[in-house]
Design a protein around this ligand. Structure first.
Ligand SMILES: NC(=O)c1ccc[n+]([C@@H]2O[C@H](COP(=O)([O-])OP(=O)(O)OC[C@H]3O[C@@H](n4cnc5c(N)ncnc54)[C@H](OP(=O)(O)O)[C@@H]3O)[C@@H](O)[C@H]2O)c1
Length: 345
């Protein structure tokens, strides 16, 4: 059994990790950390876990976590992981970080949108954890920068088509909607029930921190600098993400080529379900699962290709993909612990 710790276990992403790992057959969940809830049973904070775990939250202690675990998930606000990850790596642990701290290859990109980086030398060591795209590098990584939820939903449909040269990268627009848990558990005016209930709004239009993360990976896939215009929206549901992407195929590209490209790319990928040209994804169908459902359509008049992806922001967009990456790192079946069927309603 693999001894695992979660740093920041009481946040939404951390709690989702507890949920998934509690049912993972090869994981012994040993340590959950929290500052606010140190000394309290995890099941007192999240009553859904009554009878499922007896773990008590404890303050972060690098010696203890290094002595008692082999792999650590850091589910903390950005900037905090970079102060603890080097110590964990030096003690021989594997680390999967859910924040943005290790998602960028170069420090300047990170620093332009976040904070000064305390250990930029680790950025080239870290592997971007978009499981379907970087599977081979993930297998041998010690440190994973787990992708953002918006980037996961934007990159999965686009990367195969860009790699194959089937779409014209000059037109790239993504319109995405996220459930409120994407903002984390700390209460704020923006996420206040009365502010979000029965309302729907755009925010950080063309100014979201996930945009440069998308641009970096899209540019890598196309092998030339690309930019996607990205507009996120907050929708009044607790979890789920639906992203609509507008792009343009190269002039001679046929619908059959697009279909074949996506099908071939995702054939070995258990969590990407291609719905084809006439069925479109919904957040309900992926709720609580690690699936990314993708539907697509050619607009015959505008010659636009429209791709629509749905994920659960807390699962494929965070904890589920992190566990998928752990499975790959450990040489296990990538679906292990992630194969619970979805809710039909
Ligand atoms: N929510 C999503 O859909 C989602 C998706 C993809 C990636 N992520 C990323 O995952 C990470 C966690 O997100 P979240 O949504 O779970 O956030 P959250 O609900 O706000 O939880 C943050 C966790 O970090 C701990 N924490 C906060 N400030 C800390 C500090 N200064 N030092 C140490 N611990 C601190 C909190 O517990 P204590 O205050 O008790 O220590 C809590 O357990 C973020 O980097 C986020 O960007 C989230």
């Amino acid at each position: 059994m693999l001894a695992v710790g979660i740093v920041g276990a009481t946040g939404y992403a951390g709690a989702e990790l507890v949920r998934i790992l509690a049912g993972h057959p090869q994981v012994d969940l040993r340590i959950l950390t929290s500052r606010q809830y140190a000394g309290q049973a995890f099941s007192d904070i999240y009553p859904a876990f009554q009878g499922l775990t007896e773990l008590v939250c404890q303050p972060y202690d690098s010696q203890r976590i290094s002595a008692e675990t082999d792999l650590v998930f850091t589910a903390l606000p950005h900037q905090i992981p970079m102060s603890i990850v080097p110590g964990l790596l030096a003690n021989g642990l594997r680390v999967i970080d859910l924040s943005a701290d290790y998602r960028f290859e170069n420090a300047a990109d990170y620093e332009a949108h976040y904070e000064p980086h305390q250990n930029p030398e680790l950025l080239t060591k870290a592997v971007y954890g978009l499981s379907e795209v970087y599977r081979d590098s993930i297998k041998s990584a010690q440190l994973i920068g787990n992708p953002g939820c918006y980037p996961t939903s934007v990159l999965l449909p686009l990367v195969p088509l860009l790699k194959a040269g089937l779409i014209d990268g000059r037109l790239l627009i993504a319109d995405a909607k996220s459930g409120v848990s994407g903002a984390g558990r700390t209460p704020s005016l923006v996420t206040h029930f009365c502010e979000v209930h029965e309302s729907f709004k755009a925010y950080k239009v063309a100014d979201h921190r996930h945009n440069p993360e998308m641009d970096a990976i899209l540019s890598k896939a196309a092998d030339r600098p690309l930019h996607i215009s990205f507009v996120p929206h907050l929708v009044p549901m607790s979890r789920g993400m639906l992203t609509t992407i507008y792009t343009q195929p190269q002039p001679s590209v046929t619908a059959a080529q697009i279909d074949e490209c996506l099908q071939a790319y995702f054939d070995p990928c258990p969590f990407v379900r291609l719905l084809g040209w006439d069925r479109f994804p919904s957040t309900r169908a992926v709720r609580g699962t690690n699936y990314c459902d993708i539907g697509y359509r050619l607009d015959p008049r505008g010659k636009h290709l429209i791709l629509i992806a749905a994920i659960d922001n807390l699962v494929k967009g965070a904890a589920g993909q992190a566990v998928q990456n752990m499975n790959l790192m450990m040489g296990w079946d990538e679906s292990m612990g992630l194969d619970a069927p979805p809710f039909p309603l």
